[in-house]
Design a protein around this ligand. Structure first.
Ligand SMILES: Nc1nc2c(ncn2[C@@H]2O[C@H](COP(=O)(O)OP(=O)(O)OP(=O)(O)O)[C@@H](O)[C@H]2O)c(=O)[nH]1
Ligand SMILES: [Mg+2]
Length: 97
């Protein structure tokens, strides 16, 4: 069975091959984007984009996936008006009594 690590290694190899092709063709923008994508994979950051029309349940879906019903505001009227990112972080320590 293919593991995440083996898939990751395969994709990193593809980045190298594609970057060589982009460089050979002088495709600078493609090379820049490939380098950025490769770096994200090396950093072990997976970026998932959720986009859609207004009021289609994006925030509701994200709250369900992240297990926090109060994380993104959900409303029948416009609730999320700006591009918003969520990232994992260590919880703040509780204030000492
Ligand atoms: N029937 C139904 N309603 C849903 C579903 N998911 C969300 N809703 C409702 O649809 C409305 C909009 O949900 P949101 O999660 O705020 O949608 P959104 O796409 O994040 O909205 P904006 O960020 O403001 O564009 C809310 O009233 C939700 O309760 C669903 O799967 N089924
Ligand atoms: Mg929203």
């Amino acid at each position: 069975m293919r593991t995440f690590e083996s898939l990751r290694a395969e994709v990193l190899e593809l980045f190298t091959r594609l970057s060589d092709i982009a460089a050979a063709r002088g495709a600078e923008e493609a090379a820049r984007r490939l380098a950025a994508g490769k770096q994200r994979l090396l950093d072990e950051r997976l970026v998932v984009v959720v986009c859609g029309e207004f009021k289609r349940g994006k925030s509701t879906l994200l709250n369900a996936l992240l297990g926090d019903r109060g994380l993104f505001p959900v409303d029948a009227f416009y609730a999320t008006r700006v591009i918003t990112t969520a990232a994992y972080g260590h919880p703040k320590p509780s204030p000492s009594p």
